[in-house]
Design a protein around this ligand. Structure first.
Ligand SMILES: NC(=O)c1ccc[n+]([C@@H]2O[C@H](COP(=O)([O-])OP(=O)(O)OC[C@H]3O[C@@H](n4cnc5c(N)ncnc54)[C@H](O)[C@@H]3O)[C@@H](O)[C@H]2O)c1
Length: 275
């Protein structure tokens, strides 16, 4: 296995440090690979809205480089991590794969356009693919600028938990091992398909998430609200995000296992160990 990433990391596997915007390096790095799992992206609501050109260059231009490298190296299949952001503000909940994508953020547009590039490469060059639209993935190694680990971090040190808006935004959080499980299922299955991947068993408002984390960590933190206008986040924030995952259940046997409470505890234990 070869891992390619712009950030240096300690890895026991073959690691190449590089930028997916560098087409020659991507082409050389993919030599001898049968399968490509394409995860590299510019992401983060604030980051991508502040840096729209970089977002398009990485997520769209970078994906084009990965696809071209797959074609030139006769890669068997690409598995792509798209996002629930392609749907924009959903017209109904839960969101199904056939619902019309109406992305409203640069990030959502970049992911949707990348999906279309992938389909075009499949039609024109026979490259096999599976697209996963991921819904709010979290994990114990995730940086604390992402909402769930951020709340845990604040709760563990009894600091105020700051919520953008009134906290009524609904999210469905999925623990990372449930997502990697989905990736492992599509090396041979799910060709030419797009799947919602997430855990829809416990949709929760951001305010209730903060309350739950305070309770699990037995924290003295208080919840504070910052109006959107005063926060760094703009109003492109999606209000409700709950996936329908029946397609992945039926075609891939995908069944997320980790409850929200267990996932929060894993994040909490990992953060305590690192402190
Ligand atoms: N975490 C989520 O909730 C979520 C939801 C939907 C989609 N996704 C998608 O899943 C994928 C993985 O996300 P993640 O949450 O693990 O975030 P992450 O930041 O851990 O992973 C993205 C990786 O891409 C690398 N990268 C960024 N720019 C690069 C470049 N120009 N060249 C090479 N590498 C580059 C980063 O260093 C990082 O390791 C991304 O494509 C993301 O858009 C994540």
């Amino acid at each position: 296995m070869t891992i390619f990433d712009i950030k240096k990391r300690n890895s026991e596997t073959n690691f190449i440090q590089g930028d997916i915007k560098d087409s020659k390096l991507v082409e050389n790095s993919i030599k001898n690979c049968d399968y490509v799992i394409h995860l590299a992206a510019t992401l983060g609501v604030v980051n991508t809205e502040k840096n729209p050109v970089l977002t398009l260059d990485t997520n769209l231009g970078g994906t084009k480089n990965v696809l071209e490298a797959c074609r030139l190296n006769d890669v068997k299949k690409i598995i792509f991590s798209s996002s629930s952001e392609v749907y924009g503000e959903p017209l109904k909940i839960p969101i199904e794969e056939n619902d019309k994508p109406i992305p409203i953020t640069t990030y959502g547009i970049s992911k949707f356009a990348a999906e279309e590039y992938i389909k075009a490469y499949s039609r024109n060059y026979g490259l096999r693919y599976t697209i996963f639209r991921l819904f709010n993935v979290y994990g114990d190694e995730q940086a604390t600028d992402w909402v769930l680990p951020e709340f845990v971090n604040k709760a563990l040190s009894n600091q105020d938990i700051m919520i953008h808006g009134d906290g009524s935004q609904i999210r469905s959080f999925c623990y990372v091992s449930d997502v990697s499980d989905a990736f492992s299922k599509v090396l041979n299955d799910g060709d030419g398909e797009t799947f919602n991947i997430g855990n829809n068993s416990e949709p929760i408002s951001i305010k209730d998430l903060a309350t739950k984390i305070i309770s699990i960590t037995k924290s003295k933190s208080k919840i504070k609200f910052i109006p959107f206008e005063e926060s760094q986040r703009n109003r492109n924030e999606i209000l409700k995000r709950v996936p329908n995952i029946e397609k992945a259940k039926k075609l891939l046997g995908y069944h997320p296992q980790i409850s929200l409470e267990d996932g929060i505890r894993k994040v909490m234990d990992a953060q305590i160990l690192r402190k």
